[in-house]
Ligand binder design. Sequence first.
Ligand code: SF4
Length: 244
Amino acid sequence: MGDKPDLIPGIYNYCDRWCERCAYTSRCLQFQIESEETRSGDTLGDFDALNARFWDEMGEALVQAMRLIREMAAQQGIDPEDLDKETALSELQESFHRNAREHPCATAALVYSGMVNEWFAAADEFSEAEESLLTNHPLSLDEHLQVIRHYQYFIYPKLVRAVEGRMNESAIVDNEQQNDANGTAKVALITIDRSLAAWSVLYAEYPAHEDKTLSILVHLDRLRRSIEVVFPAARPFIRPGFDV
Ligand code: SF4
């Protein structure tokens, strides 16, 4: 670290481990140790700037996604706000005393992984035009499919780790914003946000499957809000490099 002052200590502790899409490769020791490529700092900087732009665009897609969820859910008689926070909190806190894998947030993340597989398995039923979109999709659509696939199995282990962290921490540490459980829960929240944005794009691209896509959007939105109830200090957690 001494001869590389630009490196950000510990940035790799709360990232999504998607180095090909990371905007901080030039400042990450983990990447530079693991990377077999010997790209210069300038080249890595260009690469990081491209990735930063990609995630900025995804941020805009998330705003649209949230609007879409509200509108479409209302049309179909689903109340996306039907999360009784007090009940959810007591159920969720009670489950802290059991195995972290049984925590409602963790099981909901596992259910989500299955929903993604079901959605893609239904590709057999797609119309010819839609199928051709899946196999010959334009680059932007391909990127959203990559986002969904990259995070599909990432959310569950992160939530198990966050819950385990909470179970092992003392009550005093629980209330601290900068603890590992909050940081890990924040990473899970960010990957859910990005997945929501990607699904909102697929919703528009596959109208014949909008019911399935909407179910996924509502499920992820509920999971996101449940995590925010259980880990209220997760969003304000400051990740080294990403949030400062
Ligand atoms: S911070 Fe970025 S480059 Fe470093 S390990 Fe995480 S995703 Fe990869």
